[in-house]
Design a binder for this molecule. Structure first.
Ligand code: FAD
Length: 453
C-alpha cells in the first residue's frame, strides 16, 4: 500500500540575511507556499559581495563592541570559480541581453559583477518585496510550542524607522554568512612585537603597503590573491603557511619581492619575525589570512546548537539541528564548495520539509547519523574545525539533496569544471582566470542554459 501523504502546510518563516543564501531561500520558501520575511541589516541585497572602502576600526576585528563591516571583499577581487559553474542552477550567471555596458563579461568576473547578478536574481523573482532592509536581528529564541510546531521569537531593530520588533514565527532559516568573524594565528611573542597586525577582512587596496615589508599568514585563496596584489607596491612580501614543510623558502617565479615560507616561529621586540626555516626579517605588517569562525550572536538555543572549534552542531546534513528540526535550519554551512547551487538545493529541501512534502528521519535517527559522522571524523584524525569542509564530497551531498527534493542532480559539466578549475588554480595561479582549456565544458553549460533563456 502506498504511504499516505500528510497534508501540505504553509508556515510563517523568518529568513536572516539577504546574501546569496537568503535570496534563494526566500524564493524557494515562497514557491513552496510559505509566507516569508527576510531580515537584512544592510541597505541592499548581496551580502559579502557589496564591496565597501570602509574597514573596521579594529584592524584585527576582535573587539566585540566594534561596528561590524560585513564585506570581506577587496578591490581587485575576481571570482575564483568560472561564472558558468558559480551561478544558481536555474538562473545562469551569464551576460543577459540588454544589460548595461558597465557589466564585466569576463569568465572570472570582478566582485561588482557578482553583486549585479544577485541584484538581477532578486529583481527577476521579486524577492525585495519580502525583505525588511536595514533591519538587524538581535535575538532568535524558542517560543511556545503549539500543535507540534516549535515557534520562534525573533527580535529585530529597524534603524531608519527606529522600530524594535518582537515577533513570533513558525520557523527560522539562518543565512547570516560566515566571513566576518576572523580566526587568528597564534604567534609566539606577538604581545611585545611593535609592528601592525591586521586580518584580511580589513584589506581593500595595496596602496597603504607601499614600500613596506609585509608577512601574510595562510594558504587560502585570499592569501594567494592579496600577496600578489600587495607585491606590486610593497618592498617585500612573505607568505607564511603552517602546511608548508619546516624548511620551505621559495621565491615566487616572476616576482622579485615575493617569497613562500614555513610558519612563523616567533616574533620579537625589535620588529623581527623568525620563520621555522631559520630566516629572520624585519617586518612592518603581519596580515592574518586565516579564515573565519561561524558566529550566530543572535541565536539562543539553551546549548542545543553550539560552535565548538568551528564545528556547528549537532546538524543533520549540515542543515537541521535535531532538537529543533525542521523549525530551525542553516544554509551555507559547508565550505570548499560551489556555494550558490548548493544554497539552492538546501533551500528547496528546507522548503519541502517545512511544508511536510519531504519527510525527515526521526530525531533519534538524525542524532545517530551525526554521531556516526563525528566518530568517523575522529577515527580519521580529522579535527572538528574541518567538519563542514566538503571539496569533492559536495557532489555526493548535492546528489542526496536533489534526490530528496525530486530535482535533477548536479550537471556533469559543472562538476568537471569545478575540478578542472581547481587543478589550473594550483598549476597556473597567475593566469587561470584568463586562460583555460575546458571549452567543451563551457559549450555544454551554454547548451543547458538555453533551457532557461
Ligand atoms: P553573505 O553574503 O555574507 O550574506 C549574509 C547576509 O546576512 C548579509 O547581507 C548580512 O548583512 C546579513 N546579516 C548577518 N547578520 C544579520 C543579522 N543579525 N540581522 C540581519 N541581517 C544579517 N563564492 C563563490 O561562489 N565564488 C567566489 O569566487 C567566492 N569568492 C569569495 C571571496 C571572498 C573574499 C569571500 C569572503 C567569499 C567568497 N565566496 C565566493 C563565498 C561567498 O561567501 C559565497 O559565495 C556567498 O556569497 C555567501 O552568501 P551568504 O548569503 O551565505 O552570506
Amino acid at each position: 500500500m502506498a504511504p499516505s501523504l500528510s497534508p501540505i502546510r504553509s508556515h510563517h518563516v523568518a529568513v536572516i540575511g539577504a546574501g546569496a543564501a537568503g535570496l534563494v531561500a526566500a524564493r524557494e520558501l515562497r514557491r513552496e507556499g510559505h509566507s516569508v520575511v527576510v531580515f537584512e541589516r544592510q541597505k541592499q541585497v548581496g551580502g559579502t559581495w557589496i564591496y565597501t572602502d570602509h574597514i573596521e576600526p579594529d584592524p584585527l576585528s576582535v573587539d566585540p563592541t566594534r561596528s561590524v563591516v560585513h564585506s570581506s571583499v577587496y578591490g581587485s577581487l575576481r571570482t575564483n570559480l568560472p561564472r558558468e559553474c558559480m551561478g544558481y542552477r536555474d538562473f545562469p550567471f551569464t551576460i543577459r541581453p540588454g544589460v548595461s555596458e558597465s557589466r564585466d563579461p569576463r569568465r572570472f568576473p570582478s566582485h561588482s559583477e557578482v553583486l549585479a547578478y544577485l541584484q538581477d536574481f532578486a529583481k527577476e523573482f521579486a524577492i525585495e518585496e519580502m525583505i525588511r532592509f536595514e533591519t538587524a536581528v538581535l535575538k532568535v529564541a524558542p517560543a511556545v510550542e503549539s500543535e507540534g510546531i516549535g515557534k520562534w521569537r525573533v527580535e529585530s531593530t529597524e534603524n531608519e524607522k527606529k522600530v524594535l520588533r518582537d515577533e513570533i514565527y513558525d520557523a527560522v532559516v539562518v543565512c547570516n554568512g560566515h566571513y566576518i568573524e576572523p580566526r587568528l594565528a597564534e604567534i609566539p611573542g606577538i604581545r611585545s612585537w611593535p609592528g601592525k597586525e591586521m586580518h584580511s577582512h580589513n584589506y581593500r587596496i595595496p596602496e597603504p603597503f607601499r614600500d613596506q615589508v609585509v608577512v601574510l599568514i595562510g594558504n587560502s585563496a585570499s592569501a594567494d590573491d592579496i600577496s600578489r596584489d600587495i607585491a606590486r607596491v610593497a618592498k617585500e612580501v612573505h607568505v607564511a603557511c603552517r602546511s608548508n614543510d619546516a624548511d620551505t623558502l621559495i621565491k615566487r617565479p616572476s616576482y622579485t619581492n615575493l617569497w613562500m615560507h614555513s610558519m612563523i616561529e616567533s616574533v620579537h621586540e625589535d620588529g623581527s619575525v623568525v620563520f621555522q626555516n631559520g630566516k629572520t626579517i624585519s617586518v612592518d605588517v603581519i596580515m592574518h589570512c586565516t579564515g573565519y569562525k561561524y558566529h550566530f550572536p543572535f541565536l539562543e538555543t539553551n546549548g542545543n546548537v553550539t560552535v565548538d572549534d568551528n564545528r556547528v552542531g549537532p546538524l543533520y546534513k549540515d542543515v537541521f539541528p535535531p532538537a529543533f528540526a525542521p523549525w530551525l535550519s542553516f544554509i551555507g554551512i559547508p565550505w570548499k564548495v560551489v556555494p550558490f547551487p548548493m544554497f539552492e538545493l538546501q533551500s528547496k529541501w528546507i522548503a519541502g520539509v517545512l511544508s511536510g512534502r519531504i519527510p525527515l528521519p526521526s530525531k533519534e535517527d538524525m542524532i545517530m547519523e551525526i554521531k556516526t559522522l563525528y566518530a568517523t571524523l575522529e577515527a580519521q584524525g580529522i579535527a572538528k574545525r574541518y567538519t563542514h569542509q566538503m571539496g569533492i564530497t559536495q557532489f555526493e551531498y548535492n546528489h542526496w539533496l536533489a534526490s530528496q527534493c525530486g530535482c535533477s542532480e548536479t550537471e556533469e559539466w559543472r562538476k568537471e569544471m569545478y575540478l578542472t578549475t581547481g587543478v589550473r588554480k594550483r598549476t597556473h595561479p597567475e593566469t587561470y582566470r584568463d586562460e583555460w582549456d575546458d571549452h567543451h565544458l563551457v559549450s555544454q553549460a551554454y547548451q543547458d542554459f538555453s533551457l532557461y533563456a
